[in-house]
Design a protein around this ligand. Sequence first.
Ligand code: GTP
Length: 864
Amino acid sequence: MAISIKEFALELAMSNPKEAIEKAKEIGIAVKNVSSEISDEDAQKLSEYILSGKLPQNAKKAQAPKEKTSKPQSKTSKTAKKAQEDKTEEKISKTPKAPSTPKVQKEVEEAKESKTTKVIKEATQELGEKNNLEAKRMGITIVKKSKESIPAPQIQEEKKPLSTPNIKDLFSEKITQDDEDEELRVKPKKKEKPKVQISHKQNEQKMDFDREFGSYEDESDEIVLFDLHEQEIKNEDEENRKKQALVDRVQVQKRNKWMNEGSIRRDKKKRKAPVVQIEKKNAQSAISIPEEIRVYEFADIAGRELRDVIGALFKLGVMVTKNDFLDRDAIEILAEEFSIEISFQNIVPEIEVQEEEGLESYERPPVVTIMGHVDHGKTSLLDKIRNSRVASGEAGGITQHIGAYMVEKNGKLISFIDTPGHEAFTEMRSRGAQVTDIAIIVVAADDGVKQQTIEALNHAKAANVQIIIAINKMDKENANPDKVKAECAELGFTPSEWGGEYDFIPLSAKSGEGIEDLLENILVQAELMELKATHSNKAKAIVLEGSLEKGRGPVATVIVQNGILRVGDPIVADTAYGRVRALLNDKGEAVKELYPSGVAVVTGLSEVPSAGATLMSVENDSVAREFAMQKASYLRQKELSKSTKVSFDELSEMVAKGQLKSLPVIIKADTQGSLEAIRASLEKLNNDEVAINVISFGVGGISESDITLASASENCVILGFNVRPTGSVKNKAKELAVEIKTYSIIYALLDDVKALISGMMSPVFEEENTGQAEVRETFNIPKVGTIAGCFVVDGSIQRGIKVRLIRNGVVVHNGSIASLKRFKDDVKEVAKGYECGIMLENYNDVRVGDVFETYKEVAKKQSL
Ligand SMILES: Nc1nc2c(ncn2[C@@H]2O[C@H](COP(=O)(O)OP(=O)(O)OP(=O)(O)O)[C@@H](O)[C@H]2O)c(=O)[nH]1
């Protein structure tokens, strides 16, 4: 069989068949052109020569032009040597590293020539098994890129002739013929074997990435790499682009109006809202606040940072938390600190009942309060008015005292609040309950304006009520109304006859003179004031007094401010709620309804409301109960917050007291009465050494919050009177190691507390006599001192013990025993009836007849 050079070159994967011609000529095979055929034998020789670079022994060195062959020779020189070594030591088929080099080299050359940037070649065209294996190992060859890129068709052109023989076919027959020389056996097969079409599967097989790269190490100019780098870069770029696109999209979405309705906008709003608020509120220099306000509420209203408010108070020695309530002092301090003008709102914020609109207003009677200095005749005046007006018209006279009453004058009613003294008046006002329309300031004509007169005038003025000055005790000889007028005028309360705006009514509570004038004046003033109220079904009244009466339960004297209060109405006043069971007027009569400015005693409440509380009639019982519960929890919280508040002053006081020990207690009792009794008794137990600090108290069972509070205060004890902790509370107390003591007898409670604080008091050191010894003899030993020969007459004498030296019943020395001996032996103790030698410490004036009295100091606990 013969094979053409062209076919041979193809088989050998030689891109240029002319090279095969040259090679053939070099070994003496005569070939003219690519179509020239060579025998199998020659083909074998030629391929061996081309692949190994070794001339066959019988080959004649052809006269090849030097120029043409020099290059390939030099290029292959290195690999040729290697191939020789390989051949001698190993089978080429096993180590086809060397033969691969020329091929790759050529490809590189070609790639360079064609200025390709990247050439991917599949080593598919093989002459035999060896080359096939080589191709398998080569896989994809990526030549290091240059700047220019190879045109796509070129790659195809190069690829086209490269066909991959089927490995199976290549090995099927020849391998079995001779195991020793695979190389030789493969070649004949090549000729027989037609080119095998590249199959996808075969391609995959050749993509062998486990190839060895070591053989390329020393061929730096022929670097063959898997140039995946560009792809990676591309991927990274791609990823970055994608990421950027995503970011852009998110940004766009954020700006998107539609998206603003989503969570992004809420989030944004949340963050920005307080800033806007603060900026807006910072401008506020005057605020109106309720008297009961928490720290954070104040900060919010004042537009100040919470930390600034807490910090301002801290600097002034008051430690508060944000939930603590601020007292008036603290509020005033803060007002000054932040230069804010503060006005206090009327507060009864818990009960906000919508008033019916469009209701007609009706004239209502004036409500009068009488104030004045002590002994100027307030009570006498009130009594006189009541007696004269009520007794005169009613059989049976005054039935009862209910704290307020109504009198009739010229067919019109006047309500008097029978709580004389400005204290009650101010107490009401401090609770935001302004019930008074007219204040009568009583000034004794014989005494003139006094301290409480001035206070009363100021309070009345501050309350913006109409003021009438009653000059009382006009029946007295030394009555000097002008002096009263002059003194009042000096204070700015100028009488109307002097050009001022205040009416001065001279009268006598004793004789009754002038009282009619006063009543008439009240009516005139009321008319001028145009006092009106609606007759709404939702009444609003103010509690003037509250008490617990036998057989009637909690009762409250109320004065209606607006609306009509009727029997059966569901009502609520602070934490008290219920239904109006009965309305009793100042004459003791049961009435069915109470109009504005009307006064009556209300029964039916669940508990006694406090003075100044607002009593409201509401839609139904459940609303009433709900309001009461809300108020109760509010008060509980307030009390708790107040109790946890500690001021620096208090702390420094404790420090100043040095040895002072404090017993923090929480008192819980079943009733207000017992609670107050216990508190008062405990306060009396306070002394210089131990302070009982009631940190919290209240009516009702011991709660978990009581336990928490107690655990937060060192050594705190919870004292319960007629209350018992429930299971969970008990468990919590156990858990937090809080001591709960419960009692059903107040004295038992007090005794226990006494015992407790007795233990806390500094012990008292008392002397306890331990023995007596009479001096029978004395011995003066030079340089040692006087030794007294004694006889123990009582107890025993110990060495080192304290001793008094008594001479003729008088203590002449106080010291201690330095030496105690029995017959020259030092002993620790000598008992009664024995003799001993005693030497005192630093004292030698001991005489016969003196008595040693030994004693020791014993610490004893103090008790109250
Ligand atoms: N002569 C005379 N004595 C009067 C008159 N009004 C009151 N008194 C007497 O003055 C004293 C004090 O009268 P009160 O009515 O208790 O005076 P008050 O202002 O209510 O006194 P306090 O309740 O203590 O603040 C009593 O002894 C009265 O008898 C009066 O018009 N003339």
